[in-house]
Write a protein that binds this ligand. Structure first.
Ligand code: AMP
Ligand code: GLY
Length: 426
């Protein structure tokens, strides 16, 4: 089969490497891909948000199956357009992608269907929001309604900070139209768990749970980033919690979307917090998480293409989705300065990786035969092993082989997960 993967980051590289293991795959195109992905797929210079260009390419190349990985093209209707041209796809249609594209939609959905989440209020008027903040419990959480490159959430520790966040979103339009409407919600505490799931709109099959590390610096300090590393499985996600999530969150969400006439097919990402009152939804994403996919997909033993096709064809309940019982750790190497300003164009040397270790390239391009950095997050190193401790050690050992000027990475990915495991044994 001729496959097309839309996107060009570490997540897409992980999807492509998984797909390559399928005996059914003959050729993979990446739109646009990147300098590292080029080793595993043919990169085509069509941007991930050029959905017309993507659909035209798929038609011209007679693509047998398309995977749309990033949120933007999904929210813009890339899958709808591809389907109109008769291309089979993995990913939700626009009407279903709204579960990520509008936080107000997802909060109202959860309220209507009794799915546990933080209490919240919606504001369309700035003065109403500011007035509400005068008496709201602190800390409080301010969220822009729409997509904001993962930056539309502010945890405000004081009333002043909260008001500032509202002003920057609603008056200064920091996130453009995405911040015209906002949510102010209850601040929850507890360990966070990411659960990516396959769903065909009826059945839902959770993948191995994982734990992202969003802050830039060790000890969860520094600015929020797209993710600096992931471990899987997440030790806080016990069997008991998994069962509760299935019954109170996963299945109710899938059924709610169907009930609303917005059947969701693809990968639905549940961002959860395990609070003292049980698991609650922090956010939904309509796609594989990045870097979560880089830690989770290397543990998938079943053929990814077969599972994806089952999602498309509504046959997920008849299809085996098997994960290894090993553990994985993904460490992200970033350009010095990220997530603020950083330099690009540094010569990138990856070195020889050990067995059970993958390199997923996120931000690199090939210039005259030399691989150079081209983004904030440059690559992810994922190792798998029989235990989480070994996976972490192995991934750090291999991360140490990568060289580029001003490279940095967190040294404590998985530390808290190991502490939780030790706690459990006690
Ligand atoms: P998001 O962009 O929705 O992933 O939110 C970013 C991060 O903000 C989440 O991963 C949480 O750590 C935090 N967060 C979001 N909502 C809440 C909340 N209601 N209470 C506490 N933390 C939150
Ligand atoms: N790692 C968080 C996300 O993909 O949204």
């Amino acid at each position: 089969m001729k496959i097309m993967v839309v996107g060009g980051g570490g997540r897409e590289h992980a999807i492509i490497k998984s797909l390559r293991k399928s005996p059914k795959v003959q050729k993979i195109f990446a739109l646009p891909g990147n300098g590292g992905i080029a080793a595993d797929a043919e990169c085509v210079n069509i941007g991930a948000t050029d959905i017309e260009g993507i659909a035209d390419f798929a038609e011209k190349e007679k693509i047998d199956y398309a995977v749309v990985a990033p949120d933007d093209p999904l929210a813009m209707g890339a899958v709808d357009l591809l389907q109109e041209k008769g291309i089979r796809c993995f990913g939700p249609v626009k009407d279903a992608a709204i579960i990520e594209a509008s936080k107000i939609f997802s909060k109202n959905l959860m309220k209507k269907y009794g799915i546990p989440t933080a209490a919240y209020e919606v504001f369309e008027d700035m003065d109403d929001a500011l007035k509400y903040l005068e008496t709201a419990p602190i800390p409080t959480v301010i969220k822009a309604d729409g997509l904001a490159l993962g930056k539309g959430v502010v945890i405000a520790e004081t009333r002043e900070e909260a008001a500032e966040a509202v002003l920057s979103m609603m008056r200064d339009e920091k996130f453009g139209a995405s911040g015209k409407r906002i949510i102010i919600e209850e601040f929850l505490t507890g360990p966070e768990v990411s659960v990516l799931s396959f769903t065909d709109g009826n059945a839902v099959v959770p993948m191995i749970s994982s734990q992202d590390h969003k802050r830039a610096l060790d000890g969860d300090r520094g600015l929020n980033t797209g993710g600096m590393g992931v471990v899987a499985p997440n030790p806080y996600y016990t069997e008991e919690i998994a069962e509760e999530c299935m019954n109170r969150i996963f299945l109710p969400t899938i059924r709610a979307m169907k009930e609303e006439g917005r059947t969701f097919k693809g990968c639905l990402y549940f961002g959860l917090m395990i609070t003292a009152d049980g698991p609650k939804v922090i956010e939904y994403n309509c796609r594989f998480g990045d870097p979560e996919a880089q830690a989770v997909l290397p543990l998938l033993e079943s053929d990814l293409l077969t599972v994806m096709e089952a999602v498309t064809d509504g046959k997920l309940s008849e299809t085996e989705v098997r994960f290894s019982d090993r553990s994985s750790c993904c460490v992200i190497l970033a350009s010095g300065g990220y997530p603020q300003s950083y330099e690009k164009g540094k010569v990138l040397s990856i070195g020889d990786m050990d067995e059970d270790t993958d390199v997923f390239v996120a931000g690199a391009k090939m210039e005259e035969g030399v691989l150079k950095t081209s983004g904030g997050r440059v690559l992810g190193i994922t190792s798998t092993a029989d235990s989480l401790r070994e996976a972490i050690a192995k991934s750090y050992e291999n991360a140490g082989k990568v060289e580029f000027e001003k490279a940095f990475y967190r040294k404590d990915i998985g530390k808290r997960a190991l502490e939780a495991l030790a706690e459990e044994r006690r």
